[in-house]
Design a binder for this molecule. Structure first.
Ligand SMILES: Nc1nc2c(c(=O)[nH]1)N[C@H]1C(S)=C(S)[C@@H](COP(=O)(O)O)O[C@H]1N2
Ligand SMILES: [Mo]
Length: 430
């Protein structure tokens, strides 16, 4: 058998173009720049990941029909705790933080990728099995980071430009990202610390910068053939920081709302389409395509527990009414607190003979993804969880879910079903 020889690339002779170190001419690239950006991401990225996992928990995907929307759960579908109902602004806070910090670090991620781009064209592309593994983990890290940021930002703009389900893709993409990040941090932490220490030594007057020799094989980030300086490093960092700040203002305007809402120049809801009471409408009544008659005098609410009870809106209004200030906090990051009045979900459970640890499935007149949601025991047993009939002292507007909608403290807005027609209480094991 003749030995087959693969034409291995000559390590000394990279093909022309980006594979040659002198192709990369920016005088700004250096291990120190990469380390500074890395330090910001070392704090920012775990914060985004953690608040994202909290958001997943708040969606209560373990309950039928919620979030991941699957009945079969894989090994990564774990939820550490039942989502609490207090403080009522909890989800508005964690999700606002997820969106704001995510927006803030996005320009830093792009700058960091720019700072290491010569490494993408290392020559030879693969030196050893270990090197191949390292490059694969980097490909997963960069790919999943870009995927998470792009899908997240498109999603908060309500631009569903992708053919797959956002929640599932963003959730499983996050696990790829978290795994790759956990592998990357311990590998690169020593390099980052050495680069920052070196920078400090230079600032303290210890002499000219020398690249820290951490990995002798890796392509140096500093250009061997630097072009003229057109932007200082401080100028670059100011531009990146400025971009972050603008996006943070957008995020704060969107999440905190109120007068700050006018800051949110990218806001897809509320600025361009304020609701009838001046707070955002996610899906409008017209958007459901339902017939007006469906919410007229013929509308009934069916409540199923041990027995089935049917209510007209007048009968619901004749039950004890309670008023609470509660936020609607959407996964897209916006939130708004209003004063809701209606019947306690607890009271409706009692009228249908349901008791003990319960979960509740709400069904809307509207069918489809948002037409049903499940609330867990924590929500059902909270006295502030209402079937709201009125908001800010007025009958619910059609756009906000007339004749009746769910409102419950600290949960994602997507669980606050509008145009409710049926409530099903089920007893669950403790
Ligand atoms: N039937 C139905 N209920 C719904 C929705 C919907 O599209 N259809 N959107 C949900 C989402 S995602 C949010 S954030 C809130 C928004 O409530 P609002 O439109 O009254 O602000 O309603 C929730 N309830
Ligand atoms: Mo939402």
């Amino acid at each position: 058998m003749p030995r087959i020889r693969l034409p291995l690339p000559d390590p000394e002779k990279p093909p022309p173009g980006p594979f040659r170190p002198e192709f990369w001419r920016s005088p700004l690239r250096s291990p120190q720049l990469t380390a500074m950006l890395g330090l910001v991401l070392l704090i920012g990225l775990p914060a985004v990941a953690l608040t994202g996992l909290l958001s997943n928990d708040a969606y209560q995907p373990g309950l039928g029909g919620n979030a991941l929307g699957r009945d079969v759960h894989g090994p990564l579908d774990f939820y550490l705790f039942g989502w609490p109902t207090g403080p009522s602004w909890l989800y508005a806070f964690t999700q606002g933080a997820h969106v704001i910090i995510g927006l803030a670090v996005f320009p830093v991620v792009l700058a960091k990728l720019w700072s290491v781009i010569p490494r993408l064209f290392e020559w030879p592309p693969v030196r050893s099995p270990a090197h191949a593994l390292e490059r694969l983990s980097l490909a997963l890290l960069v790919g999943s980071a870009l995927f998470e940021f792009v899908t997240g930002i498109l999603n908060i703009q309500y631009w569903y430009a992708f053919p797959f389900d956002f929640t599932q893709a963003h959730y499983y993409g996050a696990w790829v990202f978290i795994g790759a990040l956990l592998a990357h941090i311990p590998l690169k932490l020593p390099t980052m610390r050495r680069s920052l220490a070196l920078r400090k030594a230079v600032l303290d007057g210890a002499g000219p910068l020398a690249s820290p020799a951490v990995d002798a094989h890796a392509r140096p980030l500093t250009s061997p053939n630097p072009g003229p300086t057109t932007l200082t490093r401080r100028g670059l960092l100011t531009a990146v920081g400025g971009a972050s700040l603008i996006l943070v203002l957008q995020g704060v305007g969107q999440s905190v709302g109120g007068p700050l809402r006018s800051l949110a120049f990218l806001l897809p809801r509320g600025r361009t389409r304020p609701g009838p009471l001046g707070f955002p409408v996610n899906k409008t009544w017209i958007g459901t395509g339902l017939h007006r008659g469906a919410v007229g005098v013929k509308w009934r609410l069916t409540v199923r527990g041990q027995r089935t009870v049917v209510f007209t809106r007048e009968q619901l209004l004749a039950l004890p009414q309670h008023t609470y200030d509660l936020p609607i906090a959407c996964v897209e990051g916006w939130s708004t607190t209003q004063s809701w009045t209606g019947v306690r979900v607890q009271d409706l459970a009692a009228l249908a003979g349901a008791s003990g640890r319960m979960m509740l499935t709400t069904v809307s007149l509207e069918q489809g993804t948002y037409g049903s949601a499940t609330l867990g025991h924590e929500q059902v047993s909270d006295p502030e969880t209402l079937l709201a009939l009125r908001v800010n002292g007025l009958d619910l507007p059609l756009d906000h879910g007339y004749p009746a909608r769910i409102i419950s403290p600290a949960i994602p807005g997507v669980h606050c079903t509008k145009w409710v027609s049926e409530m099903q209480f089920q007893t669950v094991e403790a």
